[in-house]
Ligand binder design. Structure first.
Ligand SMILES: [Fe+2]
Ligand SMILES: [Fe+2]
Length: 154
């Protein structure tokens, strides 16, 4: 099978992204446990497992191409002081994933790499759902915060 360095680059970048996402969500889950936010900790834990599953799918594809996964150093998890900070960092993370998978799937469609196209397009749809989840959680948080402010004024 002929190697396509551009496709390999997308796959390795995607794997790096997913491993960074696992680390980010996993860290947020642990931090929420320390803060006593058990529901949020469970949600972040669930997200980290989904991102790990994405990493596994990418790894499987790399292996079928005869390529050994070669992750670079992971970026530092963004520093946060609140649940809102975490969700804003996650919004950026998911938006980056959408941009990456959108570029990668368009490239694969153009060069007729069917299997890779389906892999990237599937991931793109799931990252869009992740972004929507983050947005609705941010909305819920805004409602809860305004209710708290209202209650503290009484
Ligand atoms: Fe992902
Ligand atoms: Fe995601």
């Amino acid at each position: 099978m002929l190697m396509d360095p551009k496709l390999t680059g997308y796959l390795q970048r995607a794997l790096n992204h997913e491993m960074a996402a696992v680390q980010q969500y996993f860290t947020q889950s642990a931090l929420c446990e320390l803060w006593g936010l058990d529901d949020a900790a469970a949600k972040f834990q669930h997200e980290s497992v989904e991102e790990l599953e994405h990493a596994k799918r990418l790894t499987r594809h790399l292996l079928t191409l005869g390529i050994v996964p070669n992750g670079a150093q992971l970026p530092a998890v963004p520093p946060v002081r609140s649940l809102r900070d975490m969700l804003l960092a996650d919004w950026q993370l998911e938006a980056d994933a959408i941009r990456l998978y959108s570029d990668a799937s368009q490239y694969c469609a153009r060069v007729h790499k069917e299997a890779a196209y389906h892999l990237f397009d599937g991931l793109l749809q799931e990252e869009r759902e992740h972004l929507q989840d983050v947005e609705s959680w941010l909305d819920d948080l805004a409602v809860a915060e305004s209710q708290q402010k209202g209650a503290s004024r009484v």
